[in-house]
Design a protein around this ligand. Structure first.
Ligand code: FAD
Length: 476
């Protein structure tokens, strides 16, 4: 009987323990992807949510690349619509398969899913492959999960290193007859009218081969400068592996060993620490599967957020009047990705300057990021919102002007994404409202017409945010 290889957020063939196990069974392997309307990785989560638009675009490319890689190995990718249990049970009935293997993800308790598959007559076997270490393996001396990153990261260094990545198989044994498959194009994962994905196509190539090419290019060209360059908004000094990791096109073990093979590379070590943040966020989700909805610090459930639809709309559109905030939001809209420093700046602006609930920002990112991740995104927003496990304290409010001047000193980032300000001298670029009218005129800037006035006065907004914080602290 064939084995079903149920693929979710592990869209690769190398370093894939579930695939290896399927091959070791010596039986034919039927790779299947089930579109559930929900995040495919979250099929067993109590609060399921649909993949956002940008992630759906990525998924299309990633599935196409995987199908091609499988075809080159004598196999196929079968596409089916959910619900998952029914789709897999149907497939088993059609093919005589009695076993389904898959890669475990953090967050969801998957035992109900395994039980439901069991009731449908399938033996369910789960394998690691999303993380360097499984959440249960990483514990404090008191046997508790870590809530703070630095000790978590230190602890990881003391553990036995994860095993070396497994190579991709050369062939996958095929069943005698293939079951029917949906056509990928019929899933309409890519936008048509309007086609907003032009900027995504320009920047990204989904798929396992592209992920490995990006890692090699990063290690050869950028890793050395990563430690110093990773905070510079215009530098393109980071790996941009996040969507590849999000869809499992490359395993974190592959990263770990590629870096450890370069023991003298300080930049590569700094990069690995960020991969450690990914690990930390996934372990947090394991502790708190509702992290996208509920603040990890309970007091924040009472925070007096403002309802500000106009402010939220201006923020989404990159029209807040703060150039570095607007640059980040437009980079996100155009390319489906935003620099990490910019994510922190725009996040702080929404949550502290506009006093809008971090969940509204999390939802927007979820819809617009190609790397929109059920772990990293809520964890990032809870960090920004000051309500997370190991978060920036809420009272530390980013000043968007000073952040811009510090991390985009030559203004390249703002000029690239906010071209209507491009001709302003550096000195005024991050604070156009302070420039004299002659300076603005010479640069072709008319505030309130070509570029908005600042949505809020930062100093007043900061005081308002601190007053709101005092309210919940007082009540605590
Ligand atoms: P690199 O600097 O090259 O880092 C390598 C890898 O490490 C990344 O690809 C990513 O997998 C991981 N990583 C890096 N920084 C972090 C971090 N702070 N937290 C967790 N993992 C990290 N990352 C996502 O992958 N998906 C998200 O949806 C997401 N949402 C975020 C929301 C907010 C508000 C914030 C502040 C951060 C968010 N991040 C998210 C984390 C981080 O911004 C991105 O992972 C990073 O910018 C991706 O670019 P890169 O691949 O070039 O990163």
């Amino acid at each position: 009987a064939p084995v079903l290889l149920w693929l979710r957020r592990d869209l690769r063939l190398s370093d894939h323990p579930a695939l290896t196990a399927a091959l070791e069974s010596g039986r034919p392997v039927i790779p299947v992807y089930v579109l559930d309307g929900e995040d495919p990785g979250e099929a067993a989560r109590p609060t399921m949510r649909s993949l956002g638009g940008a992630a759906r675009w990525w998924l299309h490319g990633s599935l196409a690349a995987l199908a091609a890689a499988l075809a080159a190995r004598g196999s196929r990718l079968i596409l089916r619509r959910g619900p998952v249990v029914r789709a897999l049970a149907d497939l088993a009935a059609e093919t005589g398969a009695d076993t389904v293997v898959w890669t475990r993800h953090a967050g969801a308790d998957e035992s109900p899913l395994a039980e439901a598959l069991g009731r449908a007559g399938l033996t369910a076997r789960r394998f690691r492959g999303t993380l360097l270490f499984e959440p249960e393996e990483v514990r404090t001396k008191q046997g508790q999960p870590f809530r703070v990153f630095t000790p978590f990261w230190k602890h990881l260094q003391t553990l036995d290193p994860p095993p070396r990545p497994l190579p991709a198989p050369e062939r996958l044994p095929a069943p005698e007859t293939w079951p029917a498959s949906d056509a990928l194009d019929d899933w309409s994962l890519r936008p048509t009218r309007p086609d907003w994905a032009g900027g995504l196509r320009e920047v990204w190539t989904p798929g396992e081969a592209a992920a490995h090419a990006r890692l090699s290019a990063f290690l050869e060209e950028d890793a050395a400068g990563y430690a110093d360059g990773r905070d510079r908004l215009a530098a393109e000094a980071t790996s941009r592996l996040s969507p590849h990791l999000r869809f499992g096109e490359i395993s974190p073990r592959a990263l770990w060993h590629a870096v450890r093979d370069r023991p003298h590379d300080r930049g590569a070590a700094a990069f690995l620490r960020e991969v450690g943040w990914r690990e930390f966020c996934h372990h947090l989700l394991h502790q708190a599967p509702d992290m996208a909805d509920r603040p990890l610090q309970a007091a924040f459930a009472r925070f007096p957020w403002r309802d500000d639809p106009e402010g939220l709309a201006a923020w989404r559109a990159g029209r807040t009047g703060y150039p570095v905030v607007d640059a980040g939001m437009r980079q996100l809209w155009t390319t489906g990705w935003m620099h990490n420093r910019a994510r922190m700046i725009v996040g702080s602006f929404l949550v502290k300057d506009l006093l809008v609930d971090w969940r509204a920002g999390e939802r927007w990112f979820w819809d617009t990021l190609v790397d929109a991740c059920p772990s990293n995104n809520p964890a990032g927003w809870q960090w920004v919102g000051g309500c997370g496990a190991d978060a920036a304290p809420y009272f530390r409010v980013f000043n968007p002007v000073l952040q811009g001047e510090r991390f985009d000193p030559a203004g390249d980032y703002v000029r690239a994404w906010v071209p209507e300000l491009a001709r302003l001298p550096d000195r005024w670029l991050h604070r156009p409202w302070e420039a004299e009218s002659a300076v603005l005129r010479a640069a072709g800037v008319r505030l309130g017409e070509t570029y908005p006035h600042p949505l809020v006065d930062h100093k007043a907004a900061r005081d308002r945010a601190l007053a709101a914080l005092a309210e919940i602290k007082g009540a605590a």
